[in-house]
Write a protein that binds this ligand. Structure first.
Ligand SMILES: Cc1ncc(COP(=O)(O)O)c(C=O)c1O
Length: 360
């Protein structure tokens, strides 16, 4: 695959080459059926086998017990921003939100349509460059919602936030799901759009405790109720079959790498190499506070916008794509999800050293 370059895109993002090759082989003829994977009926044995295996591998990988549902929905993580409060929040009721970036702000905006979101903490005072250590919760939140990794600002919770007893913790893990082991018992719901760590865009993985599935409203459209997906094995309507298939391949790939502990070790090494260069080099600096840095999205600047632009342009020329930071932070962002190869980080650091020598 010598024509592949290093893709630092924040999402859709790099996928394991091995997974792409397996997908390629399944496009024309899946498992000797004479029908490509995308052409199989979602009610047929071939796809049902894929679905069951994907769920089984997800359970093995994440240590997800049977009292949690594993569901596949559409509409991206953004649709969860309104589906969650629509199901669990009514006028006059409160849900608590930890606001650590643009995505959690968007979730709050949607919750306002249904109830009263309470902002338990926010790091907006410093343009979201840190994860607050403290939060002030309301007295009886229906749930507590947070974003485990802030894709745009390069910050990440290093452990679950401490929430009041009995709170239903709900997590948007779109940009760091399965980057490390999870203790699912701490959550009532964890969800992620696939397009960073799990596969192609178009499918959202939902891990939801049975109690929460049951607690959802019944007077809203079926497609917006979690129980509809739980009761119909995510096949009430036509599910995103190809996305589910790809996710299954990615789960198998992570298991083959040694599972989540091995992936975490690799992610720490990869991010560590880059942060260490940012801390010790003489031109670039990381934008996130040290104790809040993300393993998945490394944001950095030179402090000079013209130089940032020059770096991004020259890096692209040299085969490092997708390094431009989000406009709300500026500078650069290296998204280095599970599938991003360590080799790409080492090459980037060399390139940065070269650039520093010429431009410092
Ligand atoms: C943390 C987080 N949440 C939500 C979203 C929105 O996801 P989607 O485009 O799947 O709606 C993103 C997209 O980048 C994200 O990074």
């Amino acid at each position: 695959m010598s024509n592949r370059i290093f893709n630092f895109s924040a999402g859709p993002a790099v996928l394991p080459v091995e997974v792409l090759e397996q997908a390629q082989n399944s496009l024309l003829d899946f498992n000797g059926t004479g029908i490509g994977i995308m052409e199989h009926s979602h009610r047929g044995a071939a796809f049902c086998g894929v679905l069951d295996q994907t769920i089984a591998d997800c359970r093995t990988l994440g240590g997800i017990p049977d009292d949690y549902q594993i569901l596949f929905m559409q509409g991206g993580a953004s649709s969860q921003f309104f589906t969650i409060p629509m199901n669990f929040l009514s006028a006059g009721e409160t849900a608590d939100y930890l606001v650590t970036g643009s995505w959690s702000k968007k979730a709050v905006a949607q919750a306002k349509r249904f109830g009263t979101p309470h902002i338990a903490c926010t790091s907006e005072d410093r343009n979201f460059c840190y994860v607050p250590q403290e939060a002030e919760f309301s007295s009886q939140p229906k749930y507590v919602h947070y974003t485990s990794n802030n894709t745009i600002f390069g910050t990440q919770f290093h452990s679950e936030p401490t929430v009041p007893d009995q709170s239903h913790l709900i997590c948007d893990a779109s940009s760091d799901i399965f980057c490390r082991p999870i203790d699912i018992r701490k959550y009532r719901m964890l969800y992620a759009g696939a397009q960073k760590n799990l596969g192609p865009s178009g499918v959202t993985l939902m891990i939801v405790h049975n109690d929460l599935v049951e607690a959802g409203r019944r007077d809203i459209p079926e497609m917006l109720q979690y129980r509809t997906f739980a009761e119909n094995d995510s096949c009430y309507n036509t599910p995103p079959t190809f996305g589910i298939f790809m996710m299954g391949l990615v789960f198998k790939w992570i298991l083959k790498q040694g599972g989540l502990e091995a992936i975490q070790k690799r992610n720490e090494e990869k991010a560590g190499t880059l942060y260490s260069h940012l801390d010790n080099g003489n031109l670039f600096r990381a934008t996130a506070d040290q104790d809040s840095r993300s393993l998945m999205n490394v944001t950095f600047v030179t402090g000079d916008e013209t130089l940032d632009k020059k770096f991004i342009a020259e890096a692209k020329e040299a085969g490092f794509d997708g390094l431009k930071g989000h406009r709300s932070v500026g500078g650069m962002r290296a998204s280095i999800y599970n599938a991003f190869p360590a080799e790409g980080i080492n090459e980037l650091v060399k390139f940065m050293q070269d650039f520093e020598a010429k431009n410092s």
